[in-house]
Design a binder for this molecule. Structure first.
Ligand SMILES: [Zn+2]
Length: 330
């Protein structure tokens, strides 16, 4: 049982709930059992039993039985989710919101990752193996078909999940994707999903990309390495370069640019793809950053490589260290 459900049931004992509905009963036996007329079907002789210790009911007349949620479903003709909402309203609990839904999603995907070898195989193929790093980056996996039900069971309304973009046409929008949450401080505010199959490779929630990746920690460094993608970042963090951030592409948003340039004495090392497009973008960004007072160095990787492929093909911390030392002005 999910902990939320457990708490909910503890906070509204079935017997209390029934008594509030004017159900009258007499005790039977020695084990906190009560019997009274069934609220679910017409009868003249009591056949509705409640076990207050176990918080369950059973009616020998109509054959219905279960917990408080089941009772609310049957007596008010509600779905499981509606019954949960009804009980939460009885408790005066606010409907859970967007932040909580994103946090639950991140937790759920994290739990799924270890259960799906195809996702771990994909991470392995991208050079990511260290369980501590996977935990540190809160990397997860969306197997598809389970997130919706999980969140609905926790009481999140379907329209919220659709509005957030977690669910599209009743399906998990990140289906068969490895998922990296983007945080502002400790609060997840977007998700990046990388398809492990043939579907569109990159996906975000339809909301702001939320600045530079992991900036609340990386922004404390005097020297910062900027890469294009989160897989570049992951292999660099794994190799110990935890002063690496990424902008999910070569074009920084205004917010990302102001983050990177918020300290004039910062040195930015740009490690974009070693192809003409990546190099051109690195040069242009480097010059822009220099104009606002930063020191900038461009990292040259072997032709055709990006930081991720460089490490996947066997580069070590020492190799990348050498690239850092040899970095040039834009
Ligand atoms: Zn009954």
């Amino acid at each position: 049982m999910h902990p939320d459900l457990h708490v909910l049931k503890q906070r509204i004992p079935l017997l209390d709930y029934l008594r509030r509905q004017n159900w009258t009963a007499r005790p039977v036996g020695a084990h906190q059992e009560f019997v009274g007329l069934c609220p679910l079907h017409p009868e003249t002789h009591p056949s509705f039993y409640v076990n207050a210790a176990k918080n369950v009911f059973y009616c020998h007349g109509c054959g219905h039985g279960g917990d408080i949620i089941r009772f609310v479903q049957l007596s008010l003709n509600l779905s499981f989710r509606e019954a949960l909402l009804h009980l939460k309203q009885q408790l005066g609990l606010p409907e859970p919101g967007e932040n909580e839904a994103l946090r639950e999603t991140v937790d759920f995907y994290q739990q799924q990752l270890g259960r799906h070898s195809e996702a771990l195989d994909y991470l392995h193929s991208r050079g990511i193996d260290d369980p501590r790093l996977i935990e540190q980056l809160s990397i997860g996996y969306a197997p598809g078909g389970m997130l919706y039900r999980h969140l609905i069971c926790l009481g999140y309304p379907a329209d919220l999940l659709m509005r957030l973009g977690l669910v599209y046409k009743g399906k998990d929008a990140f289906y068969r994707r490895v998922v990296f949450p983007c945080f502002a401080g400790s609060c997840p505010i977007n998700l990046y999903g990388r398809s492990i199959g043939g579907a569109a490779p990159h996906r975000f929630l339809p909301r702001s990309k939320a600045g530079l990746f992991a900036w609340s920690t990386v922004g404390n460094y005097h020297e910062v390495i900027l890469v294009e993608g989160v897989f570049d970042l992951a292999v660099l963090w794994q190799a110990g370069f935890i002063n690496t951030t990424c902008a999910f592409g070569v074009h920084l948003t205004d917010a990302q640019f102001s983050q990177l340039s918020d300290h004039r004495d910062r040195t930015a090392f740009i490690a974009f793809d070693s192809d003409p497009a990546g190099q051109k973008a690195a040069c242009a960004l480097g010059q822009r950053l220099q104009r606002v007072g930063l020191s900038v160095r461009i990292i040259d990787l072997p032709a055709g490589q990006d930081p991720n492929s460089y490490f996947v093909e066997g580069a070590s911390q020492a190799h990348f260290d050498r690239c850092l030392r040899n970095a040039r002005r834009p």
